[in-house]
Design a protein around this ligand. Structure first.
Ligand code: C2E
Ligand code: CA
Ligand code: CA
Length: 585
């Protein structure tokens, strides 16, 4: 081993120390430059060795909280030559690391301190057991399964063997669905019992040469060795995944209740997908997150296409942060028309990201990323405020009043004080609250109905309009929704597509409209593209429409023009029906 900075160190001793340690170990010089990390550290952080060594420790962390983190450590080292404590930090790769960190000055025989030794044990991962003072083994104290460092080590060996014998290795990561709900509703003791039970079932599914480990709170790793290379590897590991599902499918008796356990599994294979433990574990995680998006009890093999998607998502995430700060997000407005008068009575505000190089990026692509990263909170906040300001601007221009529809994400509901943002935006602009229309999907409120009813009632009491968005795509019924103060129901676009040819869909839409009317709700249909669709919706007594037939979402200036010119539905329909203008459509 070479210690790259500040002279030499007893190489043999250090190597022995590092290789035998199941904790993540990092050696830092007095300038804060990382001299060396061990494999356990690399695995825990998922940062490549090259991106850590010879660089400043600071570069491992996401900026923002750097001093808060380092100041107490510096203080401890200065005073006692030692610091220890629980840490939770976001790394540059966005991995959140939680664990117990010990930092100690390496005291030289003489002269100043040159090195600091950092030891990191990840929470829930490590229990060090000294067996008769000999080798250190690492077992999860609850399930008695191996932990991540041991699993990684076994993976390394399996890969080396497979390479020699031209065989394959399969790596599976299994993540239990909604495990936190078990903990919340039945208590952690039964939650622990469940984990032990699952650990046993997984162990029984595998051969002796395979290995199971607990690598996260409710995550298990499985290592399948000695599988034949080539297409057989896919078949074999798929077969094991199937066996795992069958084992999980047996109901579990917990605290007198029978519960059903489901899980998602990501699978990756050596050598086709990755060459080292780090790559394989990352691939399995990528596959796992794809499996999670599917139905419950789903397994996914890793594919390189997934990695491309993941890379694009990662790139999207960092440039989205810049977009928010750099004013690249804009609101477009799509007119909403009263079907009785044919006049514009509202607009739906729709986000557009105008990227300096890539051009317009659709919200369908970036909203999910914004939701995952929490960026939706500042974005959502900005959308509400901007929409309210726009209403005030049109009011001050003496244009016919329009209400503006704003889409709310489920994440905003769970994690933001929506009520406060709405209240402030209304106060700031002095607009009539009835001109703000919040569009909410069923799925956003069904997670925690009680809380949603409370919040929405309070917002409704302010006079703000509330609409159910994308109605017909969720599973809830109107009777469930009647507890909510919704004034408007938006029929999802998918019905409109089919309605001209499908009597069944027409009957459903007819029934939805009748029920909404019986609850005194206004019905708006979105996605109307043709005159034929428009006429059907008119015949079904729908109240309002929105769609490309009238106008796509447009920039604010264009929308202001439409208002100024008093453009009405009849003008648009005449134009669409005119053979001269419809030629070639
Ligand atoms: P959404 O709420 O269902 O919005 C309606 C979508 O339908 C918009 O897509 C709109 O451009 C599109 N659309 C309208 N009329 C037609 C039509 O006649 N034909 C077709 N094919 N499409 C039509 P857009 O602008 O791409 O937005 C997609 C989704 O992104 C929205 O679906 C909404 O869920 C989300 N979104 C947009 N802006 C925001 C926002 O500010 N916050 C949040 N949380 N979500 C937003
Ligand atoms: Ca909407
Ligand atoms: Ca929709």
């Amino acid at each position: 081993m070479v210690v790259k900075n500040e002279g030499s160190f007893d190489e043999k001793l250090l190597n022995l120390l590092l290789e035998n340690s199941l904790e993540g170990v990092m050696l830092v010089d007095r300038h804060g430059i990382v001299c060396r990390v061990n494999q356990a550290f690399v695995t825990m952080t998922s940062l490549g060795q090259d991106s850590i060594e010879s660089k400043s420790v600071v570069r491992m962390l996401k900026t923002g909280n750097i001093n808060d983190f380092f100041d107490p450590i510096r203080e401890g080292l200065w005073q006692d030559g030692f610091w220890q404590g629980d840490i939770q930090q976001t790394l540059v790769n966005d991995r959140i690391i939680k664990g117990f960190l010990k930092v100690s000055a390496v005291l030289p025989k003489s002269g100043p301190v040159r090195y600091y030794l950092c030891q990191l044990a990840e929470h829930g991962h490590l229990e060090l057991v000294r067996a008769g003072g000999q080798a250190i083994t690492a077992r999860d104290n609850l399930t008695k399964l191996a932990t991540l460092p041991v699993f990684t080590d076994r993976l390394l060996q399996a890969v080396a063997n497979a390479h020699r014998q031209e065989q394959s290795v399969g790596v599976m990561i299994l993540d239990l669905d909604r495990f936190h709900q078990v903990n919340d509703s039945l208590g952690t003791k039964l939650g622990d019992e469940l984990l032990c039970l699952i650990a046993g079932r997984l162990t029984n599914c595998l051969r002796d040469s395979d290995s199971v480990a607990r690598i996260g709170a409710d995550e298990f790793g499985m290592l399948l060795s000695d599988i034949d290379e080539g297409p057989g590897a896919v078949r074999n590991s798929g077969f094991v995944a199937q066996k795992v599902y069958e084992a999980l499918a047996q109901p579990v008796e917990l605290g007198g209740k029978s519960i059903e356990v489901t899980a998602a599994v990501g699978i990756t294979l050596f050598p086709q997908d990755g060459r080292n433990p780090e790559e394989l574990l990352n691939n399995a995680k990528t596959a796992l997150s794809h499996a999670r998006q599917g139905s419950r009890n789903n397994y996914q093999f890793f594919s390189h296409k997934m990695a491309d998607v993941a890379r694009r998502r990662f790139a999207l995430e960092s440039s989205l942060r810049e977009a928010v700060e750099g004013g690249q997000l804009h609101l477009y407005y799509q007119p909403q028309i009263d079907l009785k008068t044919g006049k514009i009575i509202g607009a739906e505000a729709l986000l557009r990201w105008i990227h300096p190089e890539q051009g317009v990026i659709s919200p369908v692509e970036f909203i999910p990323v914004a939701e995952e990263t929490g960026l939706i909170l500042p974005i959502g906040d900005w959308v509400i405020r901007t929409a309210c300001r726009q209403v005030a601007i049109w009011r001050d221009m003496n244009l016919p009043p329009v209400r503006v529809g704003v889409n709310l994400s489920a994440v905003q509901f769970q994690r933001q004080d929506i009520e406060k943002v709405v209240k402030e935006s209304l106060a700031e602009t002095g607009i009539d609250p009835g001109y703000l229309d919040l569009e909410i999907t069923e799925s956003a409120i069904m997670d925690d109905v009680k809380k949603a009813v409370l919040i929405l009632n309070r917002i409704g009491d302010m006079g703000v309009k509330l609409s159910i968005d994308d109605f017909g795509t969720g599973y809830s019924s109107l009777s469930q929704l009647r507890h909510f103060p919704f004034k408007t129901l938006k029929i999802d676009r998918s019905f409109v597509n089919a309605i001209a040819n499908d009597e069944g869909d027409k009957a459903i839409v007819n029934a939805i409209i009748a029920m909404a009317h019986s609850l005194n709700q206004t019905v708006i249909v979105e996605g109307v593209e043709t005159v034929a669709q428009l006429e059907i919706m008119q015949n079904l007594n729908c109240n309002e429409m929105q769609g490309y037939l009238f106008s796509a979402p447009v920039k604010v200036d264009k929308f202001t023009e439409l208002l100024k010119n008093g453009v009405e539905l009849k003008h648009v329909v005449e134009k669409a029906s005119d053979p001269k203008t419809t030629k070639g459509r």
